[in-house]
Design a protein around this ligand. Structure first.
Ligand code: AMP
Length: 279
């Protein structure tokens, strides 16, 4: 377990100097099966796997759950170690962000709709701290989940545009047996809310089945997502979108592929999910 930027940088530099490849798994902790699937892949594909835990204040809005975000460092370190992580980098906030930064990373276009519209500044906060992590870690493979599909695309674009020597790898969404995507925020849900939360996955499933049956009108597919989420009394829709898989721009007519994305609140807890469709 390393808490300092310099300590983490040196550890990874030393591994590479000994010819070892590095896999990086950035997280905010409260580890669940989704995080551990990323870590497992990093362990298999690299000589050294490093998990980072940083509840990034830059990606929380003023009315969001920064203070109450679930934290359990001891359990996370034990889980990461059991999964084969050689290093856990868990810097205190004052180590990662010692002074109010004057620099921020904004990926234009991609960051401006969907999550960008619903959570102003969120994706800039993610891109800025992931850029810092990449700058500290150096050459590596970095693992991100499709669960946060827009974030994944933002990180890929940021790494490409800023020439980070980082190979960003996308990992499939891990789900609970009833389809709910694993998320640290699921722990906030009460029993009835937990059942209602499966509506995101059910809505995406309905949309994907309609696509598979030949529906290519994005407005019709979008309406199916809206109606499905609307059928759950405990859920309030934030957005439902049928988007281009690379730019996440809203589509009118769907071609051979698209990304279906939904965001909804269940009992005040904001949940997101998405699925790819392909002919
Ligand atoms: P977080 O701790 O929520 O910032 O997530 C850290 C990383 O884990 C991100 O790359 C997420 O996309 C990924 N992740 C979160 N939930 C899942 C999931 N259910 N399946 C796969 N990856 C996930």
């Amino acid at each position: 377990m390393i808490e300092t930027v310099e300590g983490f940088r040196k550890e990874l530099e030393s591994a590479r100097a000994h010819g070892r490849t590095v896999g990086l798994v950035p997280t905010m902790g409260a580890l669940h099966a989704g995080h551990l699937s990323l870590l497992r892949r990093a362990v298999v594909e690299n000589d050294l796997a490093a998990l980072t835990i940083f509840v990034n204040p830059l990606q929380f809005g003023p009315s969001e759950d920064l203070a109450s975000y679930p934290r359990d460092l001891a359990a996370d370190v034990a889980a990461a170690s059991a999964e084969g992580a050689a290093v856990v980098f868990a810097p205190p906030v004052e180590e990662m962000l010692p002074v109010p930064a004057a620099t921020s990373v904004h990926v234009s276009g991609l960051s401006e709709w969907l999550e960008g519209a619903s959570r102003p500044g969120h994706l800039d906060g993610v891109a800025t701290v992931v850029a810092k992590l990449f700058a500290i870690a150096g050459p590596c493979r970095a693992y991100f989940g499709e669960k946060d599909f827009q974030q994944l695309l933002v990180v890929c674009r940021m790494a490409q545009d800023l020439s980070f020597p980082v190979d960003v790898r996308a990992c499939p969404t891990v789900r609970e047996p009833d389809g709910l995507a694993c998320s640290s925020r699921n722990s906030y849900l009460s029993g009835p809310q937990r059942s209602a939360a499966t509506v995101l996955h059910r809505a995406l499933g309905a949309g994907a089945r309609a696509f598979d049956a030949g529906e290519r009108d994005a407005a019709v597919l979008r309406r199916m997502l809206v109606d499905a989420v609307g059928s759950e009394p405990l859920a309030t829709l934030d957005y439902a979108e049928v988007a281009d898989s690379r730019t996440l721009e809203s589509l009118e007519a769907v071609g051979d592929s698209a990304r279906l994305l939904v965001a909804a609140r269940v009992g005040g807890i904001r949940l997101i999910d998405n699925v790819g469709v392909e002919a």
